[in-house]
Design a protein around this ligand. Structure first.
Ligand SMILES: C[S@@+](CC[C@H](N)C(=O)[O-])C[C@H]1O[C@@H](n2cnc3c(N)ncnc32)[C@H](O)[C@@H]1O
Length: 313
């Protein structure tokens, strides 16, 4: 974990209190803390940094349980590497979803936060539009993969063709993607280890239907983003499921109650002035859809309509 994050991180267990973590550094390589520990002086909780990966998940066992092991398996990592970087290895079927989402964001100063960053594409996109971008994800395997790309800047990806047949493709990051401006940590999008009012932008792509308390994720987004001069991009297929969250916590896809109707409409209403549940109110600057693709093998792709809202305040 880059040393400069020490200034940014707070204890996720003590939220909404803001307690700076005390560091013990056992091994450092340049600016990268390879091994160490962050300790909260208030609650005494300890957060390990191992092999450069900082684990700020306040409740690691429950996050792993809720997301299952799906995001920790090799085939899913390969699928996501294709989904995020397929355009970089010139795959004719690659989607340009991340470029489309990135085009919605304006350059800004300060910190960009990307929640549920997976293998890192959108975090790298935001690093080019901000002073520093942090991807946060509950999957250790995804964070390890994203950090490996950040450090080595290239990777061989075994793409499944059929059955046990795979083809190796070489992934290299474009030179203009600056590894010094990006970091990836393990954490929970429902208890972000960042101060209130600290982020100039916040992205939540294809995440809100995967978390156990979707409203808590929006409340966290609202807490950590600046009250003036912030951008928020949320995009999601709104595949609500009881596996992720009980129906009473869904923000859409319900036939009655306060969140009846479509998730995107409900979230837009929560953001903007009249129905604002996320003050200070946001202005909706764009909404629409992006076709996002996941590849499982050479003959099997999932095409997902991810509906987005871009808001500013
Ligand atoms: C469907 S994937 C989307 C990944 C990425 N945002 C994208 O659009 O390509 C959902 C991601 O959210 C992560 N995730 C799920 N629950 C999370 C939580 N509570 N906090 C942080 N990340 C979470 C998963 O590990 C996974 O990387």
């Amino acid at each position: 974990m880059k040393k400069l994050l020490l200034e940014l991180l707070i204890c996720p267990v003590c939220l909404p209190g803001e307690v700076r973590l005390m560091e013990t550094i056992n091994e450092i390589s340049g600016e990268d803390i390879v091994d160490g520990e962050l300790r909260c002086p208030e609650c005494g909780n300890r957060y390990r940094i191992q092999n450069g990966i900082a684990d700020l998940d306040p409740n690691p066992s429950s996050a792993a349980m809720l997301s299952g092991n799906k995001y920790e398996t090799a085939p899913v990592v390969s699928s996501y590497l294709w989904s995020h970087y397929g355009d970089l290895f010139n795959d004719e079927n690659a989607s340009d979803a991340y470029r489309q989402w990135a085009d919605l964001m304006q350059p800004h100063d300060g910190l960009a936060l990307d929640a549920g960053s997976a293998v890192g594409r959108f975090t790298f996109e935001m690093a080019q539009k901000s002073n520093f971008a942090v991807g946060i994800d509950s999957s250790r395997t995804f964070v390890r993969t994203a950090r490996e790309l950040m450090l080595r800047r290239e990777m061989t990806v075994a793409l499944k063709q059929e059955g046990n047949i795979t083809t190796d493709v070489k992934l290299s990051l474009p030179p203009e993607w600056d590894s010094d401006k990006v970091e990836f940590i393990v954490g929970d999008a429902l208890a972000m280890p960042f101060r209130a009012d600290s982020a100039g932008s916040f992205s939540s792509l294809n995440l809100i239907d995967k978390v156990p308390r979707p409203m808590a994720h929006l409340t966290e987004m609202n807490r950590v983003t600046r009250s003036v001069g912030a951008q928020f991009l949320l995009s999601d297929p709104f595949s609500w499921s009881e596996e992720a969250a009980p129906e009473e916590d869904w923000l859409g896809g319900r036939t009655s109650g306060p969140c009846a109707g479509k998730g995107l409409d409900n979230i837009m209403a929560m953001l903007n002035k009249e129905g604002c549940r996320l003050p200070p109110a946001w202005d909706i600057s764009a909404h629409g859809q992006v076709w996002w693709k996941i590849r499982t093998h050479a003959n099997h792709f999932e095409q997902i309509r991810s509906c987005y809202v871009k808001a500013t305040r």
